[in-house]
Ligand binder design. Structure first.
Ligand SMILES: *[C@@H]1O[C@H](CO)[C@@H](O)[C@H](O)[C@H]1NC(C)=O
Ligand SMILES: *[C@@H]1O[C@H](CO)[C@@H](O)[C@H](O)[C@H]1NC(C)=O
Ligand SMILES: *[C@@H]1O[C@H](CO)[C@@H](O)[C@H](O)[C@H]1NC(C)=O
Length: 732
């Protein structure tokens, strides 16, 4: 007898030791397919060394056809019953059940077990603030003084024999509602008392997010060594829940929190979770690369479309593995598209080009592109809108290697809060800003972020297109924008949309002020698309002007010479002027001036006559002023003032030269807009005091010299062709 009881104590010691090391806690979940949410669940489990037994995997879901909106889920109970049968009499076994698609572990089983034992419950369910699916049952619930009153069946645990009693207190059909079943068990006072059935009212372990989103916050657990770890706290009950369930409409919050929890991200290693599933295409042979359907959408007039197309072309990916699909709705851009296809189309595997005349709507075109992807047997669908500039030539490859169902490169408007993703949504489905939105847009945090809305550029693994046909996955929904419709459909299908800023991918142009009634409309974009304006119109060697290793060119005393604008700028400006065409008549009478009189008249057009005055002043401020300060030290004037800004035309049979004169300026700038020996003969500028001429002017280069006293000068005779220069008298 004695030895037997000693043995029993010994066993109990062992079993308590075992339970401390988790051997006696069994974790179950139900998931029929590996959705993005289920992968996240497994990742979080893995991080905390939890190995759930997955029930129903690979089977057809039997728990009701519309589990999101209608009751169902009885199947989960029946699956669990079968799995528990062998353990039902084992009082040492603790069973933890969690839903699979919308759950994240935020701590270890040890922590869960410790908390569970503190509750003194034999069976413990999570709680929530609403009574579902049968609100009539609400009054039957015991009152609670603090905490959530109603049962939620997404998260629960208990000792095997006690839980078994609950699971078997009645029979349940697969399509019956599991939460209703457990609610009835809980409301059965005898059963509740008998098995020690409690609810986790204050989220000591189980946090159901629905109705509690504002109670739940991330917090950082600082480690002594190594990176911080993110956990959640319930700020209403001052608890630190250990398992998080994004039930009902709280999935977006779950996705947001999931970007951080279970060490998905930390400030030291950055994006930890994004390395999961990622692969490397570097050593893959060109012929084995995934087939890509690259869809380009030009749905409105867009500045710098030529550059956008050339960046698409520059993507380092074998073009014979890319099928092109282009929808252009804008006649203005027909030439750009045609040029692109003529030049490069034949390098691609195929080209489908839908023109403005077809009258295809954006919605239809986008739907068509998905169909085109399938008909070309694509592996990857890659969509790029006209505003999306993929400055990084590896964008496509990096997105494919990231291996997510849907992933977008982060593309911000430079220097602005605007980008191609939303961090959160309003209830109505519109833009809302998440707490971390600015950190992500400004790259203060880099990573791979699960977000509710992406647009303008994204890659989709085509298995998704095969899984959901065009009735489910399309761009149409209640007259919404195509993007909003598409993302709403993806959300409904529980497909995660990721946006990556692991590296810089590119930027968005701003089309809002693009005015195609202008000649050379991009020239007017110096304010709204500075970066693109600069790339197209500023001389590539401009930054070298400030290289301290270099001395500035000085062709004549105190006359400096700098590369400043690109050849494209020069032709654009000439084109603007010639299109306007109202050159002054070269007489002294000039109604454009305040006094109506010009002592040294030229044939010219003023910037304000082509609506380009404020743009020009911005150009002076941003690009000319620093050069002036660089060579004429100690003179600061910000912004530079300039009333006289114009393009001059020298032409043998019109006005070939200009007599010696002073300028009414502190300094004058003079930009050569075309080339001697190519466009004209003769010409140049002679500084009389020094008997020094600059004749071999260079395209897009600027001469800068003092205006008065020392630099009396003349315009030398053009003998053939037409010479154009751009002049400004700065700080008169
Ligand atoms: C992509 O990730 C999935 C898991 O999500 C994995 O099964 C698959 O092998 C990965 N693809 C490649 C090419 O590595
Ligand atoms: C697409 O997804 C499937 C399933 O996760 C995966 O096996 C495959 O490797 C992915 N394809 C590409 C090209 O990433
Ligand atoms: C000015 O320079 C030119 C050539 O550089 C020379 O032929 C001419 O004699 C010079 N004139 C004076 C006044 O020095």
């Amino acid at each position: 007898m004695i030895s037997h009881s000693i043995f029993a104590i010994f066993l109990a010691l062992i079993s308590s030791a075992i339970s401390e090391t988790n051997d006696d806690i069994l974790v179950f979940t139900v998931a029929s397919e590996p959705t993005d949410g289920f992968q996240r669940y497994l990742s979080s489990a893995h991080h905390y060394h939890i190995a759930p037994t997955v029930l129903g995997f690979g089977q057809e879901w039997k728990g009701g056809s519309d589990i999101k909106n209608r009751p169902g889920g009885g199947w989960k109970i029946n699956l669990l019953k079968t799995a528990l049968e062998p353990h039902k009499d084992d009082p040492t076994k603790i069973i933890l059940f969690t839903d699979g698609y919308d759950v994240i572990f935020t701590d270890t089983l040890d922590a869960i077990l410790r908390k569970f034992k503190e509750t003194k419950a034999r069976v413990l369910f999570g709680a929530e603030s609403s009574c579902w699916p049968d609100v009539q049952l609400a009054p039957k619930y015991p009152q609670v003084t603090e905490g959530k009153r109603f049962l939620n069946s997404g998260l629960y645990m208990g000792y095997a024999p006690d839980l078994w009693q609950v699971l078997t207190f009645d029979v349940i059909e697969d399509t019956d509602d599991d939460q209703l079943f457990f609610t009835k068990a809980y409301l059965d006072e005898d059963l509740r008392k008998k098995v020690g059935f409690k609810l986790d009212h204050k989220s000591e372990i189980f946090q159901n997010l629905n109705g509690a989103v504002s109670e739940v916050e991330l917090f950082e657990v600082k480690a002594k060594e190594g990176p911080e770890e993110y956990k959640i706290q319930n700020v209403l009950y001052h608890t630190v829940p250990l398992i998080l369930h994004g039930n009902g409409p709280s999935k977006l919050s779950l996705n947001y929190l999931g970007n951080y929890l279970a060490n998905s991200w930390n400030s030291v290693e950055g994006c930890v979770r994004c390395k999961e599933g990622q692969f490397d295409l570097k050593n893959k042979r060109a012929n084995e690369m995934s087939l890509v359907l690259l869809a380009i959408f030009v749905e409105f007039n867009t500045p710098f479309l030529e550059e956008m197309l050339s960046k698409v072309y520059s993507q380092e990916y074998p073009k014979h593995r890319i099928d092109l699909f282009i929808h252009n709705a804008m006649k203005f851009h027909s030439k750009h598209i045609t040029d692109f296809i003529e030049k490069h189309g034949s390098e691609y595997r195929s080209v489908k080009d839908i023109k403005p005349d077809d009258g295809t709507t954006e919605w239809a075109a986008r739907d068509l592109s998905l169909a085109q992807c399938l008909s070309k047997n694509c592996d990857i669908y890659f969509s790029v809108d006209s505003v999306a500039h993929l400055d990084n030539p590896h964008t496509l490859r990096l997105l494919i290697e990231q291996n997510r169902t849907v992933v977008a490169p982060l593309l911000p408007r430079p220097g602005k809060a605007w980008s191609n993703f939303w961090g959160d949504l309003t209830k109505e489905g519109f833009y809302a800003r998440s707490n971390d939105y600015m950190d992500i847009v400004h790259n203060d945090k880099r990573g791979l972020w699960n977000v509710p809305f992406i647009a303008n550029c994204y890659a989709i693994n085509a298995t998704l297109l095969k899984k959901f046909d065009e009735t489910k996955l399309n761009f149409d929904r209640d007259n919404w924008d195509a993007d909003m419709a598409f993302c709403a459909n993806l959300r409904d299908l529980d497909v995660f949309m990721y946006v990556s800023n692991r590296v810089d991918f590119g930027h968005l142009v701003n089309p809002e002020t693009f005015d195609i009634t202008r000649v050379e409309p991009e020239m007017y974009q110096i304010f709204d698309n500075e970066q693109d304006w600069e790339a197209r119109f500023i001389h590539p060697e401009y930054p070298e002007n400030f290289n301290p290793e270099k001395t500035s060119l000085q062709p004549c005393p105190d006359v400096y010479w700098f590369p400043i604008v690109s050849p494209r700028f020069c032709t654009s400006l000439i084109n603007m002027m010639e299109n306007f065409g109202k050159w002054s008549d070269g007489s002294n009478k000039d109604p454009r001036l305040e006094g109506g009189y010009e002592a040294v008249p030229t044939r010219d057009i003023h910037m304000n006559q082509v609506g380009w005055e404020k743009h020009w002043l911005e150009f002076l401020r941003k690009y000319v002023r620093p050069l002036q300060e660089h060579v004429f030290l100690g003179y600061f004037h910000d912004p530079p003032r300039s009333l006289m800004n114009f393009v001059v035309r020298y032409k043998p049979d019109e006005q070939p030269s200009l007599r010696p004169h002073h300028d009414s300026s502190t300094y004058t700038i003079n930009i050569a807009l075309n080339q001697r020996g190519v466009d004209y003969e003769g010409g140049g500028c002679r500084f009389i005091r020094y008997n020094c001429s600059v004749v071999d002017t260079k395209l897009g280069w600027l001469l800068i010299h003092p205006g008065r006293l020392t630099h009396y000068h003349e315009g030398l005779k053009v003998t053939k062709g037409i010479r154009y220069i751009m002049i400004a008298f700065v700080d008169p």
